[in-house]
Design a protein around this ligand. Structure first.
Ligand code: FAD
Length: 376
């Protein structure tokens, strides 16, 4: 690939770069993918793989729902190791105030054609017998899915390869722009279109975009088949996930096909090291145990951290970067990049090829970030 020319180079072989490479290659373009590490080794290896429709804003809803539908369409092609499982989400309410939020979400989703069911305390207990006894109820969203992200990224890269994409792993990118990707060893790869899909590291190549690293912790347990049936999320998760300043933890537990339980999650700004923060970990596990006391005695197999790529307005950057006609961004997906990867790829490639996008692309255009900088 040294000093060669492609139509598209994707920097980053995480789930977003993989989805973009796949989409470009399947539309017949000559694609290269470069990553300093392996396929799906960044946030993609660290994430939970919850494919979830969210209602924080209309734009977030549109992107998550569109992408979830793309995952549903892809389901039949996914190999077993992707562990696609439509287990559904239950948003858990601890009191009457949170039940009001359940009813609000129920109405929001219902108006937009998403099936959901309000669970009272008894129905919640029937659905999840290991939850604490005094919960108020919850909202069941049956179409939400769980999958294993690194294998999903590998599947997309392999499919891109079958359509002619070249993949170079273990090569570090030093600079991008003006139709050129310069590697740290000085090699240049030239392409009319360069996609910055480097996740939490994407600001290193595109000065001017504001992406902050938002650290998260996860724990995976030994096998406890049947203990948990749905992805359970506390409703307070919304409050803590939206805080732009404080460190937070919230219950987010996931049943894996293996019978293991994936326990999350935490959010922290201002820390760049990958080590486990034991104070944060303890807070996270205590919170999970408050909801499901049976988690306490479980044995854990592994604990790890990862970095979400957070933008100031909590929406990703998908599209051309003003000032360099060869440069496109597909980054800033924070805690939803597994969910929204397929829609990101579609929206990006539709923009590049001048095709009509299935949902309006304006809320995600990088020009909004560029404007903010111009007026700052
Ligand atoms: C704890 C946690 C839980 C999460 N849970 C969920 C969830 O349940 N559902 C969901 O939808 N999302 C979830 N996410 C978010 C999701 O994991 C990310 O949004 C998604 O993985 C981002 O994918 P990406 O391809 O943009 O980035 P990454 O996967 O980080 O990929 C970026 C790639 O760029 C490469 N790169 C960086 N710098 C260079 C360089 N100089 N040269 C070459 N290559 C480079 C890296 O090696 C990496 O492979 C979670 C994230 C965390 C941390």
């Amino acid at each position: 690939m040294g000093n060669s020319r492609f139509e598209v180079v994707t920097v980053g072989a995480g789930i977003v770069g993989a989805a973009c490479a796949d989409e470009f290659a399947r539309r017949g373009m000559r694609v290269a993918v470069v990553d300093r590490d392996g396929i799906g080794s960044g946030a993609t290896a660290a994430g939970m793989g919850h494919i979830v429709v969210m209602d924080d804003s209309e734009s977030q809803f549109a992107l998550t729902r569109y992408s979830q539908q793309l995952w549903q369409r892809l389901r039949a092609e996914l190999p077993d190791d992707v562990e696609y499982e439509q287990c559904g989400t239950i948003w858990v309410a601890t009191d009457e105030e949170e039940m009001m939020e359940v009813r609000r979400k129920h109405a929001f989703y219902g108006e937009r054609g998403i099936p959901t069911g309000v669970l009272d305390a008894n129905r919640l207990k029937e659905n999840e017998p290991n939850l604490r006894d005094d919960m108020a109820g919850g909202l069941l969203v049956p179409e939400d899915v769980v999958l294993y992200p690194p294998c999903a990224a590998r599947f997309l890269i392999e499919r891109a390869r079958k359509h002619g994409a070249e993949v170079r792993l273990g090569v570090s990118v030093a600079k991008i722009g003006e139709e050129c990707v310069r590697l740290s060893d000085g090699t240049e790869i030239r392409a009319g279109i360069i996609v910055n899909a480097a996740g939490a590291w994407s600001a290193e190549f595109t000065p001017g975009i504001e992406i902050k690293k938002r650290k998260g912790h996860l724990v995976i347990t030994d096998r406890y088949p049947g203990f948990l049936r749905h992805q359970l999320v506390e409703l307070g998760y919304l409050k803590s996930a939206h805080s732009l300043t404080t460190d937070s933890v919230a219950v987010n537990v996931q049943p894996r096909k293996t019978g293991q339980i994936l326990i999350g999650s935490s959010r922290q700004y201002g820390t760049e090291h990958t080590q486990v923060d034991h104070g944060m970990l303890l807070r996270m596990l205590r919170r999970a145990q408050e909801y499901m006391p049976g988690i306490g005695p479980m044995s854990s197999l592994r604990t790890w951290t990862g970095f979400r790529a957070a933008t100031p307005d909590k929406l990703p950057l998908i599209g051309p970067w003003p000032g360099d006609k060869s440069l496109f961004l597909a980054t800033g997906h924070e805690g939803l990049g597994i969910t929204t990867s397929l829609a990101t790829a579609r929206l990006l490639v539709d923009q590049v090829t001048g095709s009509k996008t299935e949902i309006p692309v304006e809320p995600y255009l990088p020009s909004r970030a560029a404007k903010e900088i111009a007026h700052a």
